[in-house]
Design a protein around this ligand. Structure first.
Ligand code: OKP
Ligand code: ZN
Length: 347
């Protein structure tokens, strides 16, 4: 399997995220992707490539132009407020909650940070735009490769993407790489695309992007939002709307879920995808279901990920893997590559 990796990912390097009233060091660090890349090289799991450059219009298939403009210029605006800001990350602190307007675009930078975000855990840094854009290139290139007939491809990048919506960032995500990959498959002529999101957290951005569509089916296995981030989406009764009704499937699982229960849910998810009649699959590959993950609550073990890959291969679909979460830095490489190796062995 070819891996498209992002040579610019480390330009996004947040210092702190807001957690329980304090700024704590970011969990979403460059070492995550460096470790996966090193493990791919160690096990010689296929060719490593950097992606070609797609232009900004390729991103407007998913993202609002005014949001992309904001992201592209945000760092310059932040530093223009105060030259000392060059040494600090930008974090939002005010949001348009219920009854406040989201149709106006205030001149004030802090106001626009809030308009285009939903949490204070996703610092915007000097290289966020460069890194996120190159990550989108990885996802688009991987989708293109699969659309041209490859059995599979891996988009290895950070920051992750599945919490980012059409016009907002949050949950460490800025551009929705999995959504871009799914839409690219559609645009290349694949009629029905399924997204399987196995990150510990519900992919609220991806769900929202495709919620009213019947051509892209979203299924997610995740920590129950009643207790787990992102809290405000990801419940089992969210099944899609309008033409999209029946094309969204959430399988929330309690904290403490082990591989036996988790893999039963995976089997159900894959059955739904088969029933949908998907012609290609995009996997939001989060590895934060691992027992050692510092911010998550499932108990999967390293060897379980080989079976995850095998099970996904059993769907028999051209598959784009898109890297998402996974914060146990020492094991993230082994675990992610186990999924890919299990997949390849079963093909
Ligand atoms: C992104 B992805 C930790 C609180 C949780 C947000 C988690 C975002 C996860 N201090 N903060 O889905 O892995
Ligand atoms: Zn996650």
């Amino acid at each position: 399997m070819i891996t498209f990796h992002n040579p610019h990912h480390a330009q996004h390097q947040g210092q702190f995220e807001m957690f329980r009233g304090q700024l704590v060091p970011c969990f979403e660090v460059p070492a995550r992707v460096d470790d996966v890349l090193a493990e791919l090289q160690r096990r010689k799991l296929g060719e490593l490539r950097t992606p070609e450059r797609f232009d900004v219009p390729a991103l407007t298939t998913i993202h609002a132009p005014r949001y992309l403009d904001f992201l592209a210029g945000a760092w310059a605006e932040w530093v223009a407020l105060d030259p000392a800001n060059a040494a600090r990350d930008a974090l939002p602190s005010v949001w348009p909650g219920r009854t406040l307007r989201t149709d106006v675009l205030p001149a004030n930078f802090a106001a626009r940070m809030g308009l285009f975000s939903f949490d204070a855990g996703s610092p915007l840094t000097s290289g966020t735009w460069v890194a996120a854009r190159a990550g989108a290139d990885c996802a688009l290139a991987a989708a293109q490769h699969v659309a041209q007939g490859a059995r599979s491809a891996f988009a290895l990048s950070r920051p992750p993407g599945h919490h980012a919506g059409a016009d907002f960032f949050g949950g460490y995500c800025f551009l929705n790489n999995a959504a871009l990959a799914a839409q690219h498959l559609r645009d290349q002529g694949v009629a029905r695309v399924a997204i399987l999101d196995i990150d510990y957290h519900h992919g609220n951005g991806t769900q929202a992007i495709f919620y009213d569509r019947a051509d892209v089916h979203y299924t997610s296995l995740h920590g129950d939002p009643d207790t787990e981030y992102p809290f405000f989406l990801g419940y089992a009764d969210e099944r899609g709307t309008g033409a999209g009704l029946g094309f969204n499937c959430n399988l929330p699982l309690p904290r403490g879920t082990d591989f036996a229960l988790w893999s039963t849910a995976l089997k159900n998810a894959l059955q739904g995808i088969d029933h949908f009649g998907a012609q290609a699959l995009v996997v939001s590959l989060g590895i934060d279901t691992y027992e050692g993950d510092p911010i998550s609550g499932f108990t999967l073990k390293s060897e379980d990920y080989l079976r995850v890959g095998q099970a996904i291969a059993g769907a028999g679909l051209p598959t784009v893997f898109v890297f998402e979460g996974g914060y146990a830095v020492a094991e993230v490489g082994i675990n992610a590559v186990n999924v890919l190796e299990g997949f390849e062995q079963a093909c």
